[in-house]
Design a protein around this ligand. Structure first.
Ligand SMILES: [Zn+2]
Length: 360
C-alpha cells in the first residue's frame, strides 16, 4: 500500500506484463481517480486487438490511473498519449509509466480539449458512464481506429427506452437479445455521428461483458464511404408474442411488433481480426480473454440478432432441453447454428423461425 499525490491509498497489482499502482478505493467519489478491476478482461482483450491493429500512436482520452494506456505502451508498443483532467490521475499515470520503463505522454486536460487538439492512429474512449459526448471529437481525432466503451448498458438495451431515445436517438424495447440490441444501437449512433463529418465508421470487433459494452471501429474518410456506412443501418421490427424479427418487418400476423432502431445491422466482428486476437490471447496466457475471443470468432460471419433458447421455449410452452441438442438438430436439418458470447442461452442461426421452433 502507498498513497497517490492526492493522499488516496494505493495498492500495486499486475495485469498482463504490466505492474500498476492503482487507487484502493472501490467506489470513487466524483473527481477521484478510478481503477476498475472488472474491466481487466476488457483491457486484456484490448491488448490482443490493438496488437493486431498495430497503431503507431494511440490516445487514451480518459486515462484515469493509466491502466489501459500504460499497458498498451508496454504490451503493444504503441506511442501512447494519456489524458486526464485530474492532477492526481496524471501523477499516477507518470508513476505507472516509470514503474514499467515506458514513455507515455501525459496530458492534463479535459478529454474533449485533448481530442480536438490532436490526431492519433487509434483513439480509445473509456468514460465513467455514457460515451455520448465524445463521439464527434473522437471520430475526427482518430486516423484509423476508434474504440468506445459504454458503461451505461441499461440506457441502450431496453431498460430505459426514454433515455435511449434522448441520448442515442433510437427507439428500443426490451427483447430476449437485449445486449446485442444495445451494442447495435451504440454502433448505429457512432456511424450516424461520424457520417456528419464525411467519416465512415465500421465496427470490426465488439463485446458485451459485466455491465459494459465495448466496440472497435475502423475509420475511413469520404462522403461516399460515409453514405455506404449509413446503408448498414436499419430499423428492426420485433414481435413480443411470437418472437419473429426482421429488418423492415416481421412477417408475423400477431400485430404485437415494435420498432427498434435505427441500429447497426451489419457484421459486428471481423472474423480474421477475432481469430488473430484469439491467437494473441492464447500466446499471452489471457485465459478469460481467450474464452471470450474464441466465442466471438465462432459467432462472427453468423447472422445478426441472436435467438434465446429459453424465450423460444416459453413462447412455445415447452420445457427447455439442452441448447447443444437444439443446435445439433438445426445443423442436422442443414442450417448454420452456433452460440453467441452475448448470452449463455443465446444462439445464432440462419434457419427460419418455424424451423427453429421445430428444433426447440
Ligand atoms: Zn408475432
Amino acid at each position: 500500500m502507498g498513497t497517490t499525490g492526492a493522499g488516496e491509498e494505493t495498492s500495486e497489482i499486475r495485469e498482463g506484463e504490466t505492474t500498476l499502482v492503482v487507487p484502493a478505493v472501490a467506489r470513487p467519489e466524483e473527481g477521484e481517480v478510478f481503477y476498475n478491476p472488472v474491466q481487466r478482461l476488457a483491457r486484456d482483450v484490448s491488448i490482443c486487438v490493438y496488437k493486431c491493429l498495430a497503431p503507431e500512436t494511440l490516445c487514451d482520452a480518459l486515462a484515469a490511473s493509466g491502466a489501459r494506456g500504460v499497458r498498451i505502451a508496454k504490451e503493444v508498443g504503441a506511442r501512447v498519449t494519456c489524458c486526464d483532467r485530474s492532477e492526481a490521475a496524471c501523477s499516477l499515470i507518470r508513476r505507472n509509466a516509470d514503474l514499467n520503463g515506458v514513455e507515455v505522454e501525459v496530458v492534463r486536460s479535459d478529454a474533449s480539449a485533448a481530442l480536438s487538439a490532436g490526431h492519433w492512429d487509434a483513439v480509445d474512449v473509456d468514460p465513467f458512464g455514457s460515451p455520448v459526448g465524445f463521439f464527434d471529437l473522437a471520430a475526427r481525432a482518430a486516423r484509423r481506429h476508434l474504440a468506445i466503451t459504454a458503461t451505461d448498458p441499461a440506457a441502450l438495451c431496453g431498460v430505459y427506452p426514454r433515455v435511449t431515445r434522448r441520448r442515442y436517438l433510437a427507439d428500443v424495447v426490451k427483447t430476449e437479445f437485449y445486449h446485442e440490441v444495445g451494442v447495435r444501437i451504440l454502433a448505429g449512433f457512432a456511424v450516424r455521428t461520424a457520417a456528419k463529418y464525411d467519416v465512415a465508421l465500421r465496427p470490426i470487433f465488439a463485446h458485451s461483458s459485466d455491465h459494459y459494452y465495448r466496440i472497435y471501429f475502423s475509420k475511413e474518410t469520404g462522403g461516399r464511404r460515409a453514405d455506404a456506412a449509413l446503408e448498414s443501418l436499419g430499423t428492426l421490427r420485433w414481435c413480443r408474442k411470437c418472437l419473429a424479427r426482421g429488418l423492415g418487418g416481421t412477417g408475423c400476423s400477431c400485430g404485437a411488433d415494435a420498432p427498434i432502431g435505427p441500429l447497426y445491422a451489419g457484421e459486428l466482428f471481423d472474423w480474421d481480426l477475432a481469430r488473430r486476437a484469439l491467437a494473441e490471447a492464447q500466446a499471452r496466457g489471457f485465459s478469460e480473454a481467450a474464452g471470450l475471443l474464441g466465442a466471438i470468432a465462432g459467432e462472427s460471419r453468423m447472422p445478426a440478432f441472436h435467438y434465446d433458447h429459453h424465450a423460444l421455449c416459453k413462447a412455445k410452452g415447452v420445457p427447455p432441453r439442452k441448447l447443444s441438442k437444439v443446435l445439433a438438430a438445426l445443423a442436422a436439418a442443414g442450417f448454420r447454428a452456433g452460440r453467441t458470447h452475448f448470452s449463455e442461452t443465446g444462439f445464432r442461426t440462419d434457419a427460419a423461425l418455424s424451423e427453429i421452433m421445430k428444433a426447440v
